[in-house]
Design a protein around this ligand. Structure first.
Ligand code: AMP
Length: 429
């Protein structure tokens, strides 16, 4: 029996050249994200990867694709319906309410990173388990907060040196705006109903605004003439959007207003935004996006606090980085690779390694060393910085040969000086 990974999943490996599946790249991206969170003063929150199914149906919205079609749902042993999380916001809101976080303070900046699960047709940039960075700001509905969240997303991509990206932004207003707009949109679409794609026909009654999201070419042609939601914004929503765009201008953040951007989830109000890559192309070109949700917490039984957030897909970010050939740091190898030939040398090496590791110096030993040249090429493969050769000659003379693998320089060090010599070299780095 050959075991294979389920469809749409992938392993992240120590070595996967030219691919986003190399762990080194993930660690680099994660380090940039963690620093970004510090710089914007966000606190990390970690929530479980599965929840009761009803949370996602309520939180994400039962008519959204990810809740209606893509949820990984199972019954636990007590026959309760559970689902793997398809996104993070619903769980974060649940945790916020359940742990009474609003009692401690009314304003929160939270972020999370981790796997999400969606049962969808796997293809490049679309996996059944993918990873997201998500952020949520709870407790402030001002346009300045919208700008801060958008700035954070744009700064992430800047720090990763990604180019060829476009920030799309729109306002879908408040409930009154959307009620009026939906009516106008339905009036517009009715005479064209028969020409719509099957998917859009299904959305016509359930969630007509999602038709604007359609990637179907026939739909897109029809939608060209559709009324724009921006003409339906209430005074308050219009002011919020204008203020936001002005602030983005001041912050020198480039954007494109896209009145057809509605985003897939049901809970948004006012500001919605998305960053797309011109390199990824096709339906999988969205690197991240988000929006404001002023009534979500309350609708889940929590306090009446507004929120805004975004989520971005780490696989797509890494894929875009690779396609744009941006900088990734080289994989760090051990500071020292010890090559002992013979049993005495091996005993000596093991004790030396213990001492150096105790001083937080990274060391590895070739316990099967037989030929120095072969071990040296192993050291190169590992990206080790230095090698320490302990062969018969050296053991007799009580010296070790220290070799700098970058400069290919070698020197002999007496055993009694060895620990200090290596510690000095390491801490002078
Ligand atoms: P969404 O919650 O659908 O807005 O997703 C947020 C981000 O996660 C998207 O912009 C993508 O970058 C990424 N994403 C969503 N679904 C998938 C998937 N199935 N596979 C890989 N990345 C995904």
């Amino acid at each position: 029996m050959k075991y294979q990974i389920p469809k749409g999943l992938f392993d992240i490996l120590p070595n996967a050249k030219e691919s986003f599946k190399e762990v080194n790249r993930w660690q680099y991206l994660e380090s940039i994200i963690n620093k970004l969170a510090i710089d914007y003063n966000f606190e990390e929150i970690r929530v479980p990867i599965f929840e009761k199914t009803e949370l996602f149906l309520r939180g994400v919205g039962a008519t959204s694709d990810i809740a209606s079609k893509e949820l990984y749902t199972f019954l636990d042993k007590a026959k309760r319906s559970m689902s793997l999380r398809p996104e993070g916001t619903a769980s974060v809101m649940r945790a916020f309410i359940e742990n009474n976080l609003s009692q401690e303070k009314k304003f929160h900046k939270l972020y999370y990173m981790g796997p999400m699960f969606r049962y969808d047709r796997p293809q490049k940039g679309r996996y059944r388990q993918h990873h997201q960075l998500g952020v949520e700001i709870i407790g402030d509905k001002s346009f300045e907060i919208d700008a801060e969240v958008i700035d954070m997303l744009v700064t992430l991509f800047k720090r990763l040196e990604l180019k060829n990206l476009k920030l799309l932004i729109n306002s879908i207003g408040d409930l009154e705006t959307r009620t009026n707009y939906k009516k106008a949109l339905l009036d517009f679409l009715k005479p064209n109903f028969e020409n719509l794609s099957e998917e859009s026909k299904a959305r016509f009654d359930k969630n007509p605004m999602r038709i604007l999201d359609s990637k179907d070419e026939r739909d897109k042609k029809i939608l060209k003439e559709a009324p724009s939601i921006l003409d339906f914004l209430s005074d308050a929503a219009k002011k919020h959007f204008e203020n936001l765009l002005n602030l983005l201008d001041k912050l020198d953040i480039k954007y494109e207003v896209d009145s057809k951007l509605v985003r897939g989830l049901d809970y948004y109000d006012d500001t919605v935004f998305e960053v797309v890559s011109e390199k990824l192309g096709g339906a999988q070109n969205s690197l991240g996006g988000g929006g404001r949700y002023n009534s979500l917490l309350k609708s889940l039984g929590g306090p009446d606090l507004p929120g805004i957030g975004f989520a971005c897909g780490l696989e797509r970010i890494l894929q875009t980085m690779i396609e744009e050939e941006v900088y990734f740091p080289e994989k760090e190898g051990p500071f020292l690779y010890i090559i002992p030939i013979g049993e005495d040398a091996k005993d000596f090496a093991i004790l030396l390694a213990k001492d150096l590791r105790h001083h937080k110096i990274s060391v590895d030993i070739d316990l099967n060393a037989k030929k120095i040249q072969k071990s040296l090429s192993l050291a190169d493969k590992l990206n080790a910085k230095n090698a320490l050769i302990l062969a018969d000659d050296e053991m007799q003379k009580k010296v070790a040969s220290f070799k700098n693998l970058d400069k290919r320089e070698q020197q002999e060090i007496k055993f009694e000086d060895l620990k200090n010599f290596i510690r000095d070299k390491f801490y002078k780095l």
